[in-house]
Design a protein around this ligand. Structure first.
Ligand SMILES: Nc1ncnc2c1ncn2[C@@H]1O[C@H](COP(=O)(O)OP(=O)(O)O)[C@@H](O)[C@H]1O
Ligand SMILES: [Mg+2]
Length: 486
């Protein structure tokens, strides 16, 4: 599994999220458990303290004459202030009933002097208690006492004995069992987290591989597609929605590639054909001229024909080069602010010269107001001259050519119309294709390469404009160039 693969990243991502959740959850679980265990210990300590205090208080009621107890009571009241362990039968049996074997018990007077204490309450324990419970405390407090040897939970609880005699009872109970439970819990949680993380990262990587399998399949199929088998498509598999989308996008892309390959192929064969015809004519003429000795006139004719065909070749090649430049290199345009009125008048001048030569009328209709566009004059002139050349070419003598300008919603619409042969409906879109020349009305008889309208459309598009055509066969055509006004 590669480090920068989706599979690896996905596994890492959800494993770490899961890890964070588990750790947080376990932390909460652990502290709740700890809290509950400590609360139980505290409750128990409080009960023990209360019971011991009760036992002590029960001695108060004993008759003063019973000297055995008198000794104890005196001691508690501070009459005998020498601290020592109580060796009193009654006290001992009462205490045994409480089962306090592992607890540390100490009863002090308000000055901090021990009055009664359990045998296990040694110096070290005394020091531990003294550090944590200063004498000023006059309410019940629970604390943890800890050194390298002992870990205790302890209560310090003041109580009154006799007439306003304030004493303090301290009990410490070892935390061993609580710590044991908490340690076990911690090990269990740790092992659980490791196990769950291991399992999920394994399962996660397994499922990620299953989910990503179709991607590998698609990649393999796409790898196999070369330009010779663009007709191949990725089969629609039983896969998830997103993969279906990817597959259909890939298929759509392959289809577009196939179309543009077809287009390029078609275009190259058109180019080859267009270039071959003049060359074939030149070759035929020259071959014929060379087959036997000819007079000078014949040689001149052959040379003239060749020259014409060579010019045609040069024109086609120039147009093709221009088209390539227009389509792929917008830098060839040099935009400037153009006054439409002056510009169209210049175009009209050219149009009337051409029209007159063929016996056609030519008119210009433009509004009085001044309008400007941003454009490249040289290329726009070429665009309109192409339209006018076509209009003149496909309109028989006696017809009319008009150039009109109308402004519609920030767009200048310039229409070049004629009363000529018109275009068949089925040809209307195709006339803008490279090398397309209509078969209707003997169009083919007219000279031309079929590149003029392609060039015109490219120029219009470079100006954020478009060319549309309306035509009726036998009645005429109107080409509308729409350009944004400046
Ligand atoms: N004004 C028009 N009237 C009728 N047909 C036209 C007109 N303009 C263009 N066409 C048709 O569109 C074809 C393509 O035009 P164009 O690209 O300029 O090539 P060409 O002029 O070299 O034939 C023409 O051959 C013709 O069939
Ligand atoms: Mg033309």
């Amino acid at each position: 599994m590669k480090l920068n693969s989706i599979r690896f990243k996905a596994s890492i991502l959800y494993t770490s999220i899961l890890c964070i959740i588990l750790v947080l959850f376990s932390g909460v679980l652990f502290s709740i458990t700890r809290h509950i265990l400590y609360r139980d210990v505290d409750e128990e300590l409080q009960i023990k303290a209360a019971e011991i205090v009760n036992i002590l208080k029960s001695y108060e009621k004993l008759k003063q004459t019973e000297s055995r107890h008198q000794h104890l009571i005196n001691k508690l009241l501070g009459v005998e202030d020498r601290a020592r362990l109580i060796i009193d039968d009654l006290w001992r049996s009462d205490m045994q009933a409480l089962n306090l074997k592992s607890d540390y018990i100490n009863i002090l007077n308000v000055r901090g002097q021990p009055i009664i204490k359990s045998q296990n309450f040694n110096e070290e324990i005394t020091a531990l208690f003294r550090n944590k419970f200063p004498l000023s405390l006059n309410y019940a407090v629970f604390k943890n006492l800890k050194n390298s040897k002992y870990r205790l939970r302890a209560i310090n609880m003041p109580f009154s004995f006799g007439n306003q005699h304030l004493l303090v009872i301290q009990i410490g109970t070892p935390l061993d069992s609580v710590i044991r439970i908490l340690n076990k819990l911690m090990y269990f949680i740790g092992a659980g987290i490791l196990f769950i993380l291991g399992l999920t990262s394994f399962l996660g990587s397994f499922f990620a591989r299953r989910i990503l399998k179709p991607v590998l399949n698609v990649t393999n199929i796409v790898d196999d597609i070369s330009h010779t088998d663009l007709n191949l498509r990725i089969p629609e598999m039983e896969v998830d929605e997103e993969m279906k989308h990817l597959i259909s996008s890939c298929n759509a892309m392959i289809e577009r590639l196939e179309k543009s390959f077809e287009h390029v192929n078609e275009f190259s064969s058109h180019v080859a054909h267009e270039l071959k015809t003049p060359l074939a004519i030149i070759r035929g003429e020259v071959e014929l001229a060379l087959s036997e000795t000819r007079d000078v006139d014949e040689y001149q004719r052959v040379l003239n024909v060749s020259l014409e065909e060579i010019d045609r070749l040069i024109r086609i090649i120039k147009d093709l080069l221009l088209l390539a430049r227009l389509d792929y290199n917008p830098d060839v345009f040099q935009f400037e602010n153009i006054n439409l009125k002056a510009f169209l008048e210049e175009i009209h001048e050219y149009s009337s010269i051409l029209a007159e030569q063929k016996g056609l009328a030519s008119e210009l209709k433009i509004p009085e107001s001044a309008h400007y566009i941003d454009g490249d004059k040289i290329h726009l002139r070429r665009l309109f001259l192409n339209l006018i050349n076509n209009a003149v070419k496909f309109t028989p003598t006696g017809g009319k050519i008009s150039i009109t300008l109308a402004i519609k919603e920030n767009r200048a619409e310039i229409v070049v119309s004629d009363t000529g042969a018109g275009i068949f409906r089925e040809d209307l879109e195709a006339i803008f294709d490279k090398f397309f020349r209509s078969h209707s009305h003997g169009h083919k008889a007219e000279p031309g390469s079929g590149l003029g309208l392609s060039i015109a459309r490219s120029i219009a598009r470079a100006h954020k404009g478009q060319i549309t055509v309306q035509s009726r066969p036998g009645q005429g055509s109107a080409f509308t160039v729409s350009l944004p006004v400046a």
